[in-house]
Write a protein that binds this ligand. Structure first.
Ligand code: NDP
Length: 288
């Protein structure tokens, strides 16, 4: 039976040390790190994610500046909101909660966020920096996945790692981080010919698809470390991951539960990114 990787416990531990780092930052600079949050419309799932992030900010001493925007806001009005946060000295990180309503084009809005305030790490400049190994903002969910693997003592150097999913915000950056840790990485997606065969080779498996339990338990390599990023709400209201949990746990060496695995880590990594952004901005001011 696999060891369950407790994302809630790890996130709590990280929040504690973050709180102390925030305290030191405040003492040194006289102000708190700030996260500007843009939420468009009232999608219930997005509202819950944002509330969790803002509560976590409060608990660690980071200020959050919530901007609730009308569902029919125009692209230009969105640009103006981003420009204001870019110029606001109290804001060190900007979160544009996705998905956006159909009239808005997310890519140019994400690109409008200053790379040095891009706490989510979605800006193409930061994605490029990650791919060439320069210090940068790294997307929060991928950071959380790697943290959980290392915290659990999983060896990444030389490991055969398989990432299922190739989105810009989850799959691709996870693959980059695994590569940087020395893993041999395979990225699978909807056009992959034999997914089961790829998954069977994985010593480290990351599932980031968004399809309930599509990765069957009997595909899991015995002893593998399995990180399930998927969050899928079923008709009965319950939440399951992309991996068939019970059957996979019977074969794996390590596995994250859903909920309680990657989710809490995403939130704490956003806060860590915000603090690091604030430190970089302050250091830059001191040097100027
Ligand atoms: P996307 O929809 O952007 O990407 C899904 C990926 O899965 C795509 O690359 C797609 O391939 C691939 N895919 C779809 N069907 C298959 C298939 N049958 N076989 C293999 N690959 C397939 O999703 P995200 O990356 O944004 O999110 C993935 C999941 O992670 C979602 O459930 C989301 O809710 C969850 N999530 C969880 C977070 C957390 O904090 N725990 C944070 C962010 C996301 P292709 O590119 O070919 O279309």
């Amino acid at each position: 039976m696999a060891q369950i990787i407790d994302g809630k416990a790890r996130a709590k531990e990280l929040r504690k040390s973050l709180k102390e780092r925030v305290r030191v930052f405040k003492e040194r600079t006289g102000h708190a790190p700030g996260l500007g949050v843009l939420l468009v419309g009232e999608d219930p799932a997005s509202a819950v994610y944002v509330r969790n992030k803002e509560r976590a900010c409060e608990k660690t001493g980071i200020r959050s500046f919530h901007h609730q925007l009308a569902i029919d806001i125009s692209q230009q009005q969105m640009e103006e909101c981003i420009d204001k946060l870019n110029a606001d000295p109290q804001v060190h990180g900007i979160l544009l909660q996705l998905p956006l309503p159909a009239q808005l084009d997310a890519a140019p809005l994400l690109e409008r966020i200053l790379p040095e305030k891009d706490a989510d790490g979605f800006h193409p400049v930061n994605a490029g920096r990650l791919s060439v190994g320069q210090p940068t903002f790294v997307p929060c969910t991928p950071l959380g996945c790697i943290d959980l693997l290392l915290w659990s003592g999983v060896t990444l150097e030389g490991a055969d790692a398989v990432v299922v999913g190739r989105s810009n915000i989850v799959g691709k950056p996870i693959a980059q981080l695994l590569l940087a840790e020395g893993a041999t990485v395979t990225i699978c997606h909807s056009k992959t010919r034999d997914l089961a065969e790829q998954v069977r080779r994985a010593e480290v498996l990351i599932a980031a698809v968004g399809r309930p339990e599509m990765i069957r338990g009997d595909w899991i390599r015995p002893g593998a470390a399995v990180i399930d990023v998927g969050i899928n709400r079923l008709d009965d209201g319950s939440i399951v991951g992309d991996v068939e949990f019970e059957a996979a746990a019977a074969r794996a060496g390590y596995i994250t539960p859903v909920p309680g695995g990657v989710g809490p880590m995403t939130v704490v990594k956003l806060l860590e990114n915000t603090l690091e952004g604030a430190i970089r901005i302050e250091e830059h001011k001191l040097q100027a």
